[in-house]
Design a protein around this ligand. Structure first.
Ligand code: ADP
Ligand code: MG
Ligand code: MG
Length: 913
């Protein structure tokens, strides 16, 4: 075990030579924060020195039941000694103490999810030493009270409010607005009060190491402080909010977090000191401009916590004491972008005019900003097109197709705030995360309205349609998290005076008082709040999105060793088809004909199914033929020259019939009302027929191709409608329709073969009736394990295979989808019996069926095409896995997923380069 390196240094030695051991590629070892601190040191940026304890150490520690792995503590002690030598100061020194921060940092950025302690190393003795050194009593007592506060909360789990309340009381007594205005002596008093709070809230039995003469004392040995703080960061990896965040972002629990121990830079050392956060470009729009917030005379968390109102970074240069640092920051923006070739998110502190870099990472951005930045960086020559395409997360595109407020409707803006995360949302106001979860579980869309959010609000933020805060800037917690989740958010709506206890909002300049449950609309792209429910509209596919998708198309359609990857759409009506064409679909991969029987047409099909009069039935069938033909005419016209794969009728027929229970109730009521006998006997006959059609497992019953044996006229009518529509368009309009017929739910080859020969006969009849030649390929929908296993028997007589992975998933698992998703898949996911919902992301066994069927079919029938038209066709992870099966030519998905699929298909292809 002793040969594992657990600690990596960063920064310079006493002589100023860089002794950094890590680098940016080591994020799995050092966490993102540690790896990039090291990288910034390597490229010569000013970073306070320190060291990083590896993620592996956290994993070893937590998996051993919170026990230190052998040798780790010694290695840390050596690193502390080394850091002391490098900084020329010692922890706890009563004349010139070294203070450090202890910072968590996982391989993937988890903003605000875990905990950090600042100013560690302050004790009664070292505080005096720091005063001697700096002659800045105010600064020292401010630092000490912050340290006690953070140590108590983060390390000991003591309620932060106890300290905030004491602080508020002092502010009120002194008649000042902000903490930094408190006098040095008041801060000194606070230190003593904070220590009291600490001592009375720590359980002496849990912490015998803190007990002296029978009572708990605030630890006066920095080594003890440091050990406890590191252990707390390790522990924070498994805390609830970190776990929720990981689950939401698909980050593995087993990665662990690194711990960074770093010399402090003091942003609270007077008016020439400051702290802030910034992005190298605007993360909401992608524009190349300064973007960020800072606070004079403050430390770290103050900026994101919304405790004081921050100032925009543009104003920094107007402070003479900060002008030099503002200049340096500007220069560093450029260095970082040129080095990382990406938009960076940074945290910095200015100590008496000198700029220190404390963190950088690839900045989170909205989809709109991601596109803008990628395009501009290609223009600036920082990245190539492939990289630009890779940079856009397909699942984030959803955001752009997000609803917007319909600005053609008339409306009045109730209040304005910052446009922190784009998209519009309508919902009922709730004032707490618990209420957000509760109401949304009851099926009500909610807008979470808060003064400011904190990490404990995560559940509520996930549940909400939109987020509104009255405080906090564009880099506040609410803004960062909302952008990450793609949830609309308006921040800093200062006109809102929120009383969360009374559950009401008073608004400056308005008589309106909002209460819990009131409906509001917000637009996070515009930063506006509107009273009531506004109509929403969908955004178009234009500008930057179109450009990047165009690049993606070039990549995915290239013949470059791997085959082109096509994207089709599942659409059942001309409107959806037209929309999908706008979104870039190449063809229709699945047209479900049963959707054409809904609405008013339900009566016709009911008559066909239920009537025993031959004439009535054939009249109904003719009527169906007429409406279906006109549906297909429109559909094929919209999709001229493009394939339209029409699936023959698939669902169990009772889906078109009345619910027998309702019918029985109606019958009983009519009987009681003394309705005439012939009406009653008609109703009874109807009920008998419907009852007779009941099946115990309709999903596995009379449906798909099986229907053609019970109701042979039905699919034949459909084939006739398809052929007639095509023939009409060719003859009368000179168009080139390209319908294809797909036979659903085949399990034995003979089903397909029989259906095919009948269909071919009908097509021939239509051809001679119209005097035109039709070329209508006939293929099979592969969605049952038996069909996959015997694909080589079906293939010779099929022109194509399309995998219906929804049913294939149901039948592979033996899960009925509706029941499984509602009843037990959530529990399976929670208990990690499954890592993903197999109806969302394709399961490995289902993939194996696809792989096997494709390979058997290709041998039996070279040149066949294969596609996938289950919902997996719109899921980026599934799209990439399906691409790895040689022969899968296309995926087909719902219209709004088409842009996502185009991009994901390009990603799949790039991953194979
Ligand atoms: P998070 O991951 O929540 O952002 P950080 O570890 O980045 O937590 O710490 C939060 C803030 O604390 C930083 O942005 C910075 O302002 C402050 N901070 C951390 N370490 C130091 C340090 N060594 N000197 C000064 N400020 C620090
Ligand atoms: Mg940080
Ligand atoms: Mg199916």
């Amino acid at each position: 075990m002793n040969d594992v390196k657990r600690v990596y240094r960063f920064g310079a030695d006493a002589a100023g030579n860089d002794v950094t051991e890590g680098r940016s590629s080591m994020n799995y070892v050092l966490g993102g924060k540690g790896a990039n601190l090291a990288e910034m040191c390597r490229i010569g940026l000013p970073v306070p020195g320190g060291f990083t304890i590896t993620c592996q150490t956290c994993t070893d520690y937590t998996s051993a039941g919170d026990t230190w792995p052998e040798g780790a503590l010694d290695e840390i002690a050596d690193a502390v000694q080394d850091l002391e030598a490098r900084m020329g100061k010692r922890l706890g020194d009563p004349t010139d103490p070294l203070l450090v921060s202890v910072r968590s940092g996982a391989p993937f950025s988890m903003p605000g999810m875990m905990d950090t302690v600042l100013n560690l190393g302050l004790t009664d003795a070292s505080a005096q030493g720091l005063i001697t050194q700096t002659a800045a009593e105010h600064f020292v007592w401010d630092s000490y009270r912050r340290f006690i506060q953070m140590f108590s909360n983060v390390v000991m789990g003591i309620d932060a409010d106890l300290f905030e309340n004491a602080l508020t009381e002092k502010r009120l007594m002194a008649g000042v607005r902000t903490d930094s205005e408190l006098s040095a002596s008041t801060l000194h008093e606070l230190v003593e009060e904070f220590k009291q709070i600490f001592c009375s809230h720590v359980d002496p039995k849990a912490h015998p190491e803190l007990v002296q003469e029978g009572r708990v004392v605030f630890p006066q040995d920095p080594k003890v402080q440091l050990k406890l703080a590191i252990e707390a960061v390790f522990g924070s990896w498994m805390n609830e909010r970190a776990s929720i965040y990981r689950k939401q972002h698909g980050i593995s629990d087993s990665l662990g977090t690194a711990v960074n121990v770093q010399a402090m830079a003091y942003g609270n050392k007077g008016e020439s000191s400051a702290t802030g956060v910034a992005f190298t470009r605007n993360p909401a729009t992608g524009e190349r401009e300064r973007y960020g917030d800072f606070l004079v005379n403050a430390q770290g968390e103050d900026v994101v916590a919304g405790i004081r109102n921050t100032e925009p970074i543009q104003d920094m240069a107007t402070y003479p004491a900060l002008a030099q640092a503002a200049d340096d920051l500007e220069r560093i923006f450029v260095i970082l972008e040129n080095h990382y070739h990406d938009m960076c998110d940074i945290e910095f502190t200015i100590e008496q005019g000198k700029l220190w870099m404390l963190q950088t990472r690839s900045g989170k951005r909205t989809a709109r900003a991601a596109l803008r930045i990628a395009i501009e960086m290609v223009e600036e020559g920082l990245i190539d097109r492939d990289t630009a395409v890779k940079r856009i997360d397909p699942s984030q595109l959803d955001q752009l197709l997000h609803p917007q407020l319909d600005t053609t409707a008339s409306f009045e803006v109730l209040a304005r705030g910052l446009n922190a995360s784009p998209g519009a949302a309508v919902g009922e106001i709730v004032f707490s995360s618990d209420d957000a979860v509760k109401r949304s579980n009851e099926g009500h869309p909610v807008i979470l309205v808060r003064w400011e959010t904190n990490p404990d609000d995560l559940k509520g933020m996930v549940a909400a349609e939109g987020i509104l805060t009255s405080h906090g800037g564009k880099t506040s917690h609410a803004a960062v998290i909302a952008r990450g989740m793609g949830t609309p958010c308006v921040c800093g709506v200062e006109a809102f005076h929120i009383d969360a206890k009374a559950k009401e909002v008073r608004i400056d300049g308005s008589d309106v008082v909002l209460h819990e449950g009131d409906l509001i609309s917000i637009d996070g792209g515009e930063g506006i709040v509107v009273l009531g429910a506004m109509p929403l509209t969908r955004a178009d596919l234009t500008g930057d999105l179109e450009t990047v998708l165009g690049w993606a198309d070039e990549i995915r359609l290239q013949e470059d060793g791997s085959h082109p990857y096509h994207v089709r759409v599942n659409a059942d009506n001309p409107d959806d088809a037209a929309l999908a064409l706008d979104f870039g679909a190449e063809a229709i991969g699945l047209c479900r004909t049963e959707h054409m029987f809904l609405g008013e047409r339900k009566n016709i099909i009911q008559t066909y199914i239920l009537s025993d009069e031959v004439q009535e039935r054939s009249r109904a069938l003719e009527e169906l033929l007429r409406v279906q033909t006109s549906d297909f005419v429109e559909m094929f016209r919209t999709m001229d020259r493009r394939d339209v794969v029409v699936r023959l009728i698939d669902p169990p027929l009772h889906e078109f019939l009345d619910d027998p229970r309702e019918l029985a109730v109606a019958l009983a009521r009519r009987e009681a009302e003394g309705a005439p006998q012939d009406e009653l006997s008609l109703l009874r006959a109807r009920l008998r027929r419907i009852d007779a059609m009941a099946e115990s497992n309709p999903m596995l019953g009379l449906r798909g191709v099986r229907l053609s044996f019970a109701f042979p006229d039905l699919p034949l009518m459909q084939v006739r409608a398809i052929a007639t529509a095509a023939a009409t368009l060719i003859r009368d309009e000179g168009l080139s329709p390209r319908p294809e017929i797909m036979v659903p739910l085949v399990s034995v080859a003979s089903e397909h073969i029989q259906m095919r020969s009948i269909a071919e006969r009908v097509i021939q009849e239509v051809e001679s009736a119209f005097g035109v030649a039709l070329d209508i390929p006939i293929g099979t929908m592969l969605e049952l394990p038996r069909a996959c296993l015997t694909a080589d028997e079906i293939a010779p007589l099929a022109d194509f295979f399309c995998f219906g992975t929804n049913d294939l998933t149901q039948t592979t698992f033996g899960f009925s989808r509706d029941d499984a998703e509602a009843k037990f898949i959530p529990a399976y996911l929670h208990q990690k019996l499954l890592t993903a919902n197999p109806f969302e992301t394709i399961d490995s066994a289902v993939l194996e069926f696809v792989r096997m069927a494709v390979s058997k079919a290709r041998t039996a029938h070279p040149g066949m095409t294969f596609g996938v038209c289950g919902e997996h066709g719109g899921d980026p992870a599934s799209i990439s896995q399906l691409f790895n099966i040689a022969g899968v030519d296309y995926v087909s998905c719902s219209p709004y997923r088409v842009p996502v699929a185009r991009l994901a298909a390009a990603h799949a292809k790039l991953a194979n380069r």
